[in-house]
Design a protein around this ligand. Structure first.
Ligand SMILES: Cc1cc2nc3c(=O)[nH]c(=O)nc-3n(C[C@H](O)[C@H](O)[C@H](O)COP(=O)(O)OP(=O)(O)OC[C@H]3O[C@@H](n4cnc5c(N)ncnc54)[C@H](O)[C@@H]3O)c2cc1C
Length: 390
């Protein structure tokens, strides 16, 4: 659609900074950039009405990983890079709390529990994981405590990971590990709070606007090709996570689906957030006698990207998730919600942030931990972009 006079003169006039992708990372980048450059025009372009990645569809775990996942990451990343990742997650959650406030996020420091079905069952052998706890605590506790102790003082004197035999008994697990720094937030409230902050900061949000391509603009800066016509911007940040390769094909990131069910079990587990099989399965309690049960990426069932749909593959995924939910929760009376969300994943769990050309930046690949890490990545991206060019 060609852009008209009022649009080119004012409504869609060139921006100083445009963020592509309205998830946690993009919204945080826009807000942090505007906070330090209040005089400039900041625009956020999102292809869906609300967002079709993970930000509106996640489980709301404010989490840093559990013992099984940490052992995996220590092997692939080595100690220093793994510690830097834990630090990024903790700083990201802290940034989110400082930006929007704990009550606007619906944040509860519920604690999390990593559950093991039986010795030797699961992705990591249970004994190996449990034996590693003292060393993991020695490394991770000082990092988590130094960043989060004033927002979550109750956890400051507790080890990051602790065996929880009572909880194991309560949920019918062979073993359970308490994750004292973990919390749960209300994803819907978090996204609402972001939208309110964007309005208050006078950031222009164009929803339902897909960026199909980016090219250098004749007079400097970038031209964004959208179905609404061409938009100009001095600087651009790509925050489209799993979908980033549609604009930057060389980035090492790909979309990965994740399914979620909301179930009404006959008997509720104790309140809290639970991880199983190195975080590939998870569940958390919801108000009103319901449980959100999700994950299953390790089932290896591929789903085509929205709006394409594969009813049989989706049904197969739901059958496996339902069986896993029944294993952990017992009989289920009803399944009231089912949905798919999209993660951005790569060869390891580190996010990637950088710049591929002057004025063209990206922060993507948040994996399954974007609630904690995403807001901090957006802030770091805004800082990396620096001062205006003109
Ligand atoms: C089912 C599920 C459960 C999860 N649970 C948790 C959890 O409990 N805790 C946790 O920490 N993390 C969780 N995650 C991961 C977390 O939600 C993500 O890591 C995080 O939301 C990523 O944020 P983002 O801003 O990088 O990307 P996204 O939220 O994916 O946002 C990217 C946006 O870019 C838009 N976009 C894409 N291409 C274009 C284009 N060409 N033009 C314009 N817009 C475009 C998309 O519509 C999308 O809204 C979960 C994810 C899923 C799917």
């Amino acid at each position: 659609m060609p852009i008209g006079y009022w649009e080119s003169e004012h409504l869609l006039a060139p921006a100083h900074f445009t963020v592509i992708g309205g998830g946690i990372v993009g919204m945080s980048a826009a807000l942090h950039f505007k906070a330090t450059h209040p005089e400039v025009r900041v625009r956020l372009v999102e292809r869906d009405v609300l967002g079709e990645g993970g930000t509106t569809r996640n489980a709301g775990f404010a989490c840093f990983g559990g013992a099984g996942e940490w052992i995996d990451d220590l092997e692939t990343l080595g100690t220093q890079r793994w510690l830097a990742l834990i630090r990024q997650r903790a700083e990201g959650l802290r940034t989110l709390i400082e930006l929007l406030g704990p009550s606007a996020l619906g944040l509860e420091w519920s604690g999390g529990w990593e559950l093991f079905a039986a010795p030797g069952i699961g992705r990591q052998a249970t004994r190996r994981v449990l034996d590693a706890i003292p060393e993991l605590n020695r490394l991770a506790q000082p990092v988590l405590s130094s960043i989060l102790q004033d927002v979550h003082p109750a956890a400051a004197d507790t080890p990051a990971l602790a065996l929880a035999p009572e909880r194991a008994k309560d949920v019918g697990a062979h073993a359970a590990v308490h994750l004292c720094w973990e919390g749960m937030l209300h994803t819907g409230k978090m996204v609402s709070a972001f939208h309110k902050a964007l309005r208050a900061a006078d950031i222009q949000c164009l929803n339902g606007c897909t960026v199909n391509a980016l090219t250098p603009a004749a007079g400097g800066g970038w031209t964004l090709d959208t179905q609404r016509g061409q938009l100009l911007s001095e600087k651009v940040a790509i925050c489209t996570n799993g979908f980033a390769r549609s604009i930057l094909p060389d980035l090492e990131v790909k979309p990965a689906p994740n399914r979620v069910l909301v179930v009404t079990p006959k008997t509720m587990p104790p309140a809290g957030a639970y991880h199983i099989e190195d975080g590939y399965l998870y569940f958390r309690t919801l108000p009103g006698g319901q449980v959100l049960f999700g994950g299953g990426r390790h089932y290896g069932i591929g789903l085509p990207q929205f709006p394409a749909h594969d009813a049989e593959a989706t049904a197969q995924w739901d059958r496996r998730l339902t069986a896993d939910a029944e294993q952990w929760l017992g009989p289920i009376d009803a399944i009231t919600h089912r949905w798919t969300g999209w993660l951005g994943v790569g060869s390891d769990r580190e996010p990637i942030m950088g710049s591929t050309a002057p004025g063209l930046h990206h922060a993507v690949r948040m994996g399954g931990m974007g609630v904690a890490i995403g807001c901090g990545m957006g802030k770091a991206l805004a800082e990396a972009i620096g001062p205006r060019m003109t």
